[in-house]
Design a protein around this ligand. Structure first.
Ligand code: SF4
Length: 261
């Protein structure tokens, strides 16, 4: 939770950053689910749910951080939130007990298990990320797929035996001679399900930064899917996110990175 300046005489106003989970299906179509973590309800709420909430004030876009937030209404709601949150008013940059939601990436790319490795490679390049959660039809993580998994699949797919000299013959095409070193293989549809790490180490969105850092170090993973009460992915935390937070907590000026999965 962060705070915003006075609006309509009320000061300060709590605002909650919107997370968006983009889930790419095997047809290449992406559906987007936008949520915030509501400290009053102590769970994720969809933006649509916020818009029908009596405490909803506005959607706020912060240009420098390119973050959109839900701004809640009334002093009474603020008091309730502050009393429910013992960390209120404490900067996430100096407190390792601060919620990891303060530093996780809220714009997370997920794929379904049926998405091919070629499509995953394209997503990794397009969004400048190094890995992504694989989710089921409910948006719950079932695995993680990384750049290394994609490279390994590509290497295995090209791992065919060399032949001394190969001649291809078709009825209506002249024979095609291939020199030694060239390969002939049947294209195989390799999907996320085939290459992902099926065991998912994940954390609830209310967990702290120190819990996340400890879990990543203990499990030896570089990224954690962050889930809401219902187990759906609402963000992703990378080891780089934790390092950036640590650097800032030491007083260094660290610009926001690009995509951080
Ligand atoms: S608008 Fe309502 S549901 Fe949304 S974050 Fe604020 S209090 Fe929670």
């Amino acid at each position: 939770m962060t705070t915003l300046g006075p609006i309509n005489g009320e000061h300060p106003i709590p605002q909650h950053a919107i997370r968006s989970a983009r889930i790419v299906g095997d047809d290449g179509e992406a559906s987007v689910v936008a949520t915030v973590y509501c400290p009053l309800k102590e769970r994720s709420a969809t933006v649509r749910e916020c818009e029908s909430c009596r405490r909803f004030h506005a959607l706020h876009f912060d240009a420098p951080s390119r973050t959109t937030s839900v701004v809640c209404h009334t002093e009474r709601a603020i008091s309730a939130m502050e009393s429910a949150d013992p960390l209120a008013g404490v900067s996430e940059h100096v407190n390792p007990a601060a919620p990891l939601a303060a530093i996780m990436s809220r714009d997370v790319i997920c794929v379904r298990p049926e998405v091919t490795v070629d499509e995953i490679a394209a997503l990794l390049i397009r969004h400048a990320i190094s890995g992504m959660p694989v989710v089921d039809a409910d948006g719950k993580p079932v695995g993680m797929v990384s750049r290394a998994d994609v490279l390994r699949a590509a290497e295995e797919r090209g791992d065919t035996e060399e032949s001394e000299r190969v001649s291809l013959h078709r009825d209506d095409v002249a024979p095609l001679d291939m020199e030694q070193g060239f390969h002939v293989y049947e294209p195989v549809k390799v999907t996320a399900r085939d290459v992902m790490t099926p065991v998912v180490v994940q954390l609830h969105e209310s967990a702290s930064i120190r819990q996340a850092a400890s879990l990543m170090a203990y499990e030896g993973v570089h990224r954690l899917p962050i889930v809401s009460d219902d187990g759906k992915v609402v963000g992703i935390l990378s080891s780089l996110d934790v390092l950036r937070w640590f650097g800032r907590s030491c007083g260094y000026l660290i610009p926001p990175g690009r995509r951080r999965a």
